[in-house]
Design a binder for this molecule. Structure first.
Ligand code: FO1
Length: 318
């Protein structure tokens, strides 16, 4: 079975680990969000691609969900001694090596997709990891600070500001001009099922869908498209999905997120058992829905979620 997964960071990566356990023989292609990418310390950082690569490759810091295990911060503190920041973004020594290799290869003219493949040659994630695009896309968030509106990079909103103010708008800058990376449209067209993990529907999956051609390719593939709600009991399981959903006028409920994707894109939607009452409303919007446990407390729980998503896909297909 050929499975295409659109993935953000932590939620996407942990779901993928469950999917690999639930469907060990499947051929999995991951289309990773690159809207979170940022240039800092002269280096190109791709948080979501790295989170997927490290999580599936066994190098992730399990407690944080991002960055490397057994990390040290000597380079960052040496840079700080020179007065070089930013001090609000935590890059560890081991992680620095990844960004140095990536930035060197990009500087030598390799596209991000080739660089990602080269990095994955070390980590062997057991999936084909593709950036959504080789072109630069950066998610910016409009915020009101001291009575003035300004746009900040998504990482600044999330990591520096801790999403402490409301997001007024979310813009994937450059997405409208971006082309899908080599292999993205082909993988979708050749897939048997497309999955949306419990990743952020706006700044993760929404950004991937904003790359011209991706949404259309999914709709035209004619295969079951099944998603898992990142909202459980009217609150995001992690992250700031509520803040960015509000910015696009979507309520933070499992049902509203399903309706936001819409029946033209989504065939099936899993909600948590605490949201079981939302199932009829989602089904009346033309999306097959089931209520199952959606907390990825461990690998077994993530694998059970992935198995439920694949079962719903088969139900939709039948
Ligand atoms: N998240 C934080 O909350 N603080 C950090 O200092 C931080 C650094 C960081 C470095 C590399 C990386 O790959 C991810 C990092 N993240 C950090 C996570 C990241 O900001 C977000 O969680 C994702 O972009 C959202 O998917």
């Amino acid at each position: 079975m050929r499975i295409v997964v659109l993935a953000g960071g932590i939620g996407g990566a942990r779901f993928l680990r469950g999917l690999k356990k639930a469907a060990p023989d499947a051929d999995v292609t991951v289309i990773g969000n690159t809207g979170d990418d940022i240039h800092l310390f002269g280096l190109k950082i791709c948080p979501d691609l790295d989170t997927v690569m490290y999580t599936l490759g066994g190098g992730i810091n399990e407690e944080q969900g991002w960055g490397r295990t057994d990390e040290t911060f000597a380079v960052k503190s040496e840079l700080a001694a020179y007065g070089v920041g930013p001090d609000w973004f935590g890059l560890g020594d081991r992680d620095f090596a990844t960004h140095i290799v990536r930035t060197q290869m990009l500087g030598a003219g390799y596209p991000l997709s080739a660089v990602t493949e080269a990095l994955c040659a070390r980590w062997q994630p057991g999936v084909r990891l593709l950036p959504m695009s080789d072109d630069r896309v950066e998610t910016h968030v409009a915020v009101d600070v001291d009575g003035e509106r300004k746009a900040v990079h998504f990482q600044e909103y999330w990591v520096k500001m801790h999403a402490s103010v409301d997001a007024q708008a979310v813009v994937p800058v450059g997405a409208d001009q971006a082309k899908p990376a080599p292999g993205v449209l082909e993988a979708i067209a050749a897939s048997d099922v497309v999955l949306f993990p419990p990743s952020n529907p706006v700044v993760s999956i929404g950004t991937i869908l904003a790359v011209p051609g991706v949404r259309e390719a999914i709709a035209e593939a004619g295969v079951p498209v099944v998603g898992l709600s990142p909202i459980v009991g009217d609150a995001p399981v992690r992250g700031m999905a509520d803040k960015v959903l509000a910015a696009i006028g979507v309520e933070s409920t499992a049902s509203a997120v399903a309706r936001h994707y819409g029946s033209g894109l989504l065939d099936g939607w899993l909600v948590d058992t605490v949201d079981a009452a939302a199932v009829p409303e989602i089904e009346s919007a033309g999306i097959r829905a089931r209520a199952v446990p959606l907390m990825m407390t461990d690998l077994e729980a993530a694998a059970a979620m992935a198995a439920e998503a694949l079962a719903l896909a088969e139900e939709v297909r039948a």
